[in-house]
Ligand binder design. Structure first.
Ligand SMILES: O=C(O)C(=O)C[C@H](O)[C@H](O)COP(=O)(O)O
Length: 206
């Protein structure tokens, strides 16, 4: 799978924050059952790498990746844990090089034409658009499609079940990312049926 194909795995990529690695497998199973196999586990908690490892080992139908990759060393650590893709909120030269070195598809974050052009210079055409709502939302992405039609995005940040379709309707959007599929209280209480129901609704968006 390359980064362009990653954008087409499912319309919504659940962005998850896991405090307890024991939640990883049931959460991933619920998302897969709801029709969202791509799962971005953010490296924001001490449990994150173990969560990636468990999902990779025990949920074969999931396509698990690591998000919030902000330091070069995290790219290799995530790959070692079994991540199948990497996502970062922004990009530096060192981070881009580290992510490229893993051989995994990655979505580096951009929020301007210049940042997108910097990645294009390296042959990268699939990117994350972050923070999507605050940076200008669907209008901004529509504007980028004029001069940069070869770039496709996964907008993430501030997207809700009510606004996701506005992004997905754009020609330069492959999928969107969001945290709304795994509400904190649902994860804490192990309400996997609720997670599955939220995933099912999101999977039907496109
Ligand atoms: O962790 C990363 O790599 C990020 O870039 C941040 C996430 O994309 C946002 O935290 C999404 O959060 P919501 O706005 O709640 O959907």
């Amino acid at each position: 799978m390359n980064a362009e194909e990653l954008l087409d795995v499912c319309p919504v990529v659940p962005v998850v924050v896991l405090r307890d690695a024991a939640d990883a497998v049931p959460l991933a199973r619920a998302l897969v059952a709801g029709g969202l196999p791509a799962i971005e586990v953010t490296l924001r908690t001490p449990a994150a790498l173990e969560a990636v490892e468990r999902i990779a080992a025990e949920v074969p139908d999931a396509v698990v990746g690591a998000g919030t990759v902000v330091a070069p060393g995290q790219a290799e650590a995530a790959a070692g844990a079994g991540a199948r893709f990497l996502v970062s909120p922004g990009c530096t030269d060192a981070l881009r090089e580290a992510m490229t070195a893993t051989g995994l598809p990655f979505l580096a974050g951009v929020s301007s034409a210049s940042e997108a052009m910097a990645l294009l210079e390296h042959g990268i055409t699939a990117m994350k658009f972050f923070p999507a709502k605050a940076a200008g939302g669907p209008d901004y992405l529509r504007s980028l499609a004029g001069p940069l039609p070869q770039v496709r995005f996964c907008p993430t940040g501030g997207i809700t079940p009510d606004t996701a379709a506005d992004y997905l309707a754009l020609a330069n959007v492959g999928c969107v990312g969001g945290t709304w599929l795994t509400p904190d209280d649902a994860v804490r209480s192990g309400d996997w049926a609720r997670v599955e129901a939220l995933a099912r609704k999101a999977a039907a968006l496109r």
